[in-house]
Design a protein around this ligand. Structure first.
Ligand code: ACO
Ligand code: OAA
Length: 370
């Protein structure tokens, strides 16, 4: 038995949800470029769950269901109020989502109908949790959703309490489309491993959130913004990046396990970062990002991944840095739940082997003799 470090190149499951072939990402066979251009996030959620684009009435029904389930239990709001105001927001989300199971009477029901209902609830409630905590930690009261047909619009409203700007809604919606699913990424794999024991969907999403949090995965978008803030000026980019590279440190937002010639989502986020920068009259983060990209691509041959330009996009939308990864989770809940439903449909316990590299022929030594 020989281990493959990081399971690189190992095909661990079949799936008909999303694919990456020759650098092209598709959801249910539709190129991400087409979806980014034309689809709303709710259409993508339906597509990922049910394998086809919704008709008008199917979309309408999904939007109604999402709105009907967006409220979170009062007991959970009370919990959020008790969390430390400076808690890590992904830790908050992980804990809150785990708690949702306590208040869902059907959390242990393993029928497909119940699991689809729970997927809808999770997709509806996760943005509410993020927005509620964002307000509570600032000493503000959480605000209920306004029942817009778009999760992006409702989220912006619940976060700010203000009528969301159509440009901001469109930009966030597109970011949600771009982050929705990505084949067997680490958090989706974690979700599938978890539910393959036939545990409940809440356990699967809790595992996934904990996995997305890390800086080598979804946590990279916050790390990118932290880096941009630390560099602070385009004049400092060259020295900062050269220093990182000479210390053999990784530059967050670059590189990818699967894409070696560039992440197809990054160009959309770059264009959005540019557009929003022009609109807001602040090109600082975009210009710095472009310079960093030129250096990293020139010197290391590494291309930006989905996390790199999403940092400046979310900043231009006025979203606090520590909500970037929770927003990634808000979007990826659609993909995680689709994969969980697929796993349940054709389940087998996921239990690989390890190549043992430890000592052998050892013996127990009594504590006095150690
Ligand atoms: C949504 C997402 O999860 S997208 C990914 C988000 N993560 C990041 O942006 C973090 C930065 N990037 C990385 O750490 C990596 O590129 C990963 C984790 C995304 C993929 O990594 P892997 O396929 O495991 O590649 P690995 O980490 O082994 O790197 C291979 C080589 O490229 C280098 N490399 C990879 N990414 C970077 C980077 N961002 N900056 C500098 N060097 C890098 C490594 O140092 C290594 O060099 P070496 O062979 O000289 O030791
Ligand atoms: O696929 C991966 O390894 C990481 C990624 O880009 C994603 O989850 O969107």
């Amino acid at each position: 038995m020989t281990a493959t470090k990081g399971l690189e190149g190992i095909v661990a499951t079949t799936s008909s949800i999303s694919s990456i072939v020759d650098g092209v990402l598709t959801y249910r066979g539709i190129d991400i470029d087409e979806l980014a251009e034309h689809a709303t996030f709710e259409e993508v959620v339906y597509l990922l769950w049910f394998g086809k684009l919704p008709t008008k009435s199917e979309l309408n029904q999904l939007q109604q269901d999402l709105n009907a389930h967006s409220i979170i239990p009062d007991a959970l709001i009370e919990q959020l109020q008790m969390y430390p105001k400076d808690a890590n927001s992904m830790a908050v989300l992980r804990t809150a989502v785990s708690s949702l199971a306590l208040y869902d009477q059907e959390s242990g029901d393993m029928s497909t109908e119940s699991n689809v209902r729970k997927a809808i609830k999770l997709q509806a409630q996760i943005p509410t949790i993020i927005a509620a905590y964002a307000r509570i930690r600032n000493g503000e009261k959480p605000i209920a959703s306004k029942g817009y047909p778009s999760l992006a619009a409702n989220f912006l409203y619940m976060m700010t309490g203000e009528e969301p700007d159509p440009v901001a809604i469109k930009a966030l919606d597109k970011a949600l489309v771009l982050h929705a699913d990505h084949e067997l990424n680490a958090s989706t794999f974690a979700a599938r491993v978890t539910v393959a024991t036939l545990t409940d969907i809440y356990s699967g999403i809790t595992s996934a959130i904990g996995t997305l949090k890390g800086p080598l995965h979804g946590g990279a978008n916050e790390a990118v913004m932290a880096m941009l803030e630390e560099i602070d000026s385009i004049d400092n980019v060259e020295a900062y990046i050269n220093n990182k590279l000479s210390n053999k440190e990784k530059i967050m937002g670059f590189g990818h396990r699967v894409y070696k010639n560039g992440d197809p989502r990054a160009k959309h986020l770059q264009a959005m970062s540019h557009e929003l920068g022009v609109m807001k009259g602040n090109m600082k983060w975009y210009d710095m990002s472009i310079k960093i990209e030129a250096m990293i691509t020139g010197e290391k041959g590494l291309k930006p991944n989905v996390d790199f330009y999403s940092a400046s996009v979310y900043t231009a939308l006025g979203i606090p840095r520590d909500l970037f990864t929770p927003i990634f989770a808000f979007s990826r809940t659609s993909g995680w739940t689709a994969h969980i439903l697929e796993q349940y449909e054709n389940n087998r316990l996921i239990r690989p082997r390890a190549e043992y590299t430890g000592l052998s022929n050892q013996h127990y030594i009594s504590i006095e003799d150690r």
